[in-house]
Design a protein around this ligand. Structure first.
Ligand code: CA
Length: 477
């Protein structure tokens, strides 16, 4: 009798425990489902390292962009994977060094050429997140191929509001070409109507404001599903155009070119403020990661940007080329801090895929890593031991390993070495002092280089129009 009672009690305890366990697992997975974070990437175009408040600019106040850095992480060593627009974006959107798949030049605007753009073999962030229920929108500049097969909607985004080419005019009255597929020419692509998914539409306002307002309305309408929003401002890329509303803030800047540039940055900053306000108003702030970065360094002569202490700018393998303003926030999870280890735009795919629990293609290993465990202090040390650039045209390389940076030029006949922790401006070549380090970094370079392929398409610099422009510039000099 006693034994039977004990048996019954044991059975009750066992099933009760099992029930609780199942129940707990059930509620945890529900919680995990509800808690999938949202992702917003705000990318400026050709913004200088020194042109945001959080990197020290007093000439151009950016109180809203600074909010991200103040509420979250300010990265002092944030990089993109290339120093011009299109390849940098190919790296960001795939999480892989774009030279692995031959994307090493700024693309030509060719709606008739399916090979002029992101190869179909590569997976994009919205494609990966789409597998686990994310809705994705890109607003603004695409620049990853003008052929229909590479339209954002055909590369994983659920909606699009923007332009296919590498830049755009900002005033609605200058957008005179309705059909984005009716020509093959980069400068003409700056004048197309804006596309809403596949439909050309006429806009009424200054382009940067249109993009900001569209981002606000997307956040308003997308609350049931987790989302990925890529706000890809073409500002402050040329042409330098702005309205009195923003220009009037910069009467203290006398140079008209710099003044217009500052006003364009200010318009982006207003947009960032609207986006952050909307997240707060909708109660989404705590569980949304917001990244802010530029796609490459500022081309100081072209748009009057300022890379601060960094050497050179857009297009360069020195720090001004691809060290960029970089900040992020995730208020529900991360405490504010300054983070000095190098991070890369390549890390965004890995971070998002991990947090969303989205499967990745095994045959396409990422070069980026999930940076959140590092920011939470769960993983120590640097997320990247080494970061690389190769510029096939011109035969340039850079290798950043720890604080050391190798630069090679002219078929490796010129090799320079810098210590970035002491020499952010890359002024003191220490190659002769550390010959062993030079050899070590150069062997890392060669090993990485062996994993890459040659470019698979010709670039903007190979078009007749640009060759002629270069010749004219030479004549003038
Ligand atoms: Ca750019």
């Amino acid at each position: 009798m006693k034994k039977a009672v004990i048996k019954i009690i044991v059975i009750i305890i066992f099933f009760g425990g099992a029930y609780q366990l199942i129940n707990k697992k059930g509620s945890d997975s529900n919680k995990a489902e509800q808690a999938k974070p949202n992702f917003i990437v705000i990318m400026a175009d050709d913004l200088g390292y020194g042109d945001v408040g959080f990197n020290g600019s007093t000439e151009i106040p950016t109180p809203n962009i600074d909010r991200i850095a103040a509420n979250g992480i300010k990265f002092t060593n944030g990089y993109t994977s290339y120093s011009v627009c299109s390849p940098s974006r190919a790296g960001f959107i795939t999480g892989r060094y774009q030279q692995r798949f031959g994307y090493e030049r700024n693309i030509q605007y060719r709606p008739n050429d399916p090979n002029m753009g992101l190869p179909q073999t590569e997976k994009t962030i919205p494609e990966v997140l789409g597998q686990v229920g994310y809705k994705s929108r890109i607003i603004g500049k695409w620049h990853l191929g003008a052929h229909i097969s590479n339209h954002p909607i055909n590369r994983g985004f659920t909606s699009f509001f923007g332009h296919l080419g590498g830049g755009h005019k900002y005033f609605p009255e200058e957008l005179t070409i309705k059909d984005s597929y009716s020509f093959s020419d980069e400068p003409m692509s700056y004048k197309t109507w804006i596309m809403k998914d596949h439909t050309p539409i006429e806009i009424k306002n200054y382009l940067t404001d249109e993009f900001s307002d569209n981002a606000v309305s997307f956040i308003d309408k997308t609350q049931k599903d987790p989302f990925f929003l890529f706000v890809s401002y073409n500002a402050p890329h040329t042409p330098l155009q702005d309205t009195e509303k923003y220009l009037s803030r910069f009467e203290h800047i006398k140079d008209p070119k710099r003044r217009t540039y500052a006003a364009m940055v200010s318009a982006v900053d207003d947009g960032v403020g609207k986006i952050l306000d909307q997240l707060e108003a909708k109660g989404l702030n705590e569980n949304t990661l917001v990244f802010f970065l530029s796609d490459n360094g500022g081309p100081e002569h072209a748009n009057s940007s300022d890379n601060g202490l960094l050497r050179e700018g857009k297009g360069s393998i020195y720090e001004g080329g691809n060290r960029i303003p970089f900040a992020m926030q995730w208020p529900g999870e991360l405490s504010p801090m300054v983070y000095d280890y190098p991070v890369s735009a390549l890390d965004l795919m890995a971070t998002f895929a991990d947090l969303a629990d989205a499967p990745l293609a095994e045959d396409r290993p990422l070069d980026g890593v999930n940076i959140i465990p590092y920011l939470k202090g769960k993983k120590k040390g640097s997320p990247h031991s080494t970061l690389y650039i190769r510029k096939f045209d011109g035969d340039f390389y850079s290798v950043r390993d720890g604080d050391l940076k190798l630069v090679t030029k002219e078929n490796n006949s010129v090799k320079e070495l810098y210590n970035l922790s002491e020499d952010i401006s890359e002024e003191n070549d220490i190659a002769e002092l550390y010959p062993q380090e030079l050899i070590r970094l150069d062997s890392l370079r060669q090993k990485w280089d062996a994993e890459l392929i040659d470019p698979i398409f010709l670039g903007l610099m190979h078009t007749e129009r640009y060759i002629q422009k270069r010749l004219n510039n030479k004549k003038r000099k």
